[in-house]
Design a protein around this ligand. Structure first.
Ligand code: 5GP
Length: 190
């Protein structure tokens, strides 16, 4: 997606540890126009899959997942990272090792919000080694729902998670795939 790639080149900052900082339009401040276009792009790619729910992880996936849900005309569910009183005890949960913090946390979704009747599209801001998506896919499986695949804003292709999941047969659609960030120079896959 050209406008996303241009924005990454203009405002993205490569941090130590192969982390790309995009705080000015995804992770801290949100650009509603760009976010809306990302939602539309996911709809274009998955519109024939009968998607009934969009699933993401709090917090940075929420805006993009919401934009997608608007186009699909379906609800968006975000997996929670901490147990709260808003989530009853009946939950699907999966451990996810955080790429940026190194800690492992449980992601949880109430059994009320995804069922075996759903077809789920998982959406996230980044795909690195794939742990977050594997956690979301596990939740979809626990619910007995059908998985349409995953829509990702920025995939760091050189970290391998996306291709590993594609090799397993999952449909992973990323709007920008970075093949290298060496010496702070961002190179996209086309
Ligand atoms: P994975 O689980 O695929 O290794 O990493 C994906 C998750 O880690 C995403 O949910 C995202 O929040 C976070 N993440 C991974 N790499 C980056 C990055 O380079 N920049 C930012 N801002 N988040 C990242």
């Amino acid at each position: 997606m050209k406008i996303l790639e241009e924005r990454i080149l203009r405002e993205g900052k490569v941090l130590p540890g192969n982390v790309l900082k995009v705080g000015s339009f995804i992770n801290h401040m949100i650009d509603p126009t760009l976010t809306d276009k990302m939602g539309e792009a996911f709809f274009e790619r998955f519109k024939n899959e009968g998607v009934t729910k969009i699933l993401t992880v709090e917090a940075s996936g929420i805006a993009i997942a919401y934009a997608a849900a608007r186009y699909f005309g379906c609800p968006m569910v975000f997996a929670k990272k901490t147990q709260t009183s808003n989530v009853n005890s009946n939950v699907y949960s999966a451990p996810v090792k955080s790429f940026t913090h190194g800690k492992t946390y449980n992601v949880m979704v109430s059994t009320d919000y995804i069922t075996h009747e759903d077809t789920v599209l998982c959406v996230d801001d980044f795909l690195a080694v794939g742990n977050a998506l594997i956690g979301l896919f596990s939740i979809v499986e626990q619910a007995g729902a059908k998985l349409a695949g995953a829509g990702i804003a920025i995939e760091k292709g050189f970290q391998g998670g996306g291709d590993k999941l594609r090799d397993k047969g999952y449909r992973i659609e990323s709007l920008a795939i970075i093949d290298s960030m060496e010496d702070c120079k961002i190179v996209f896959r086309h």
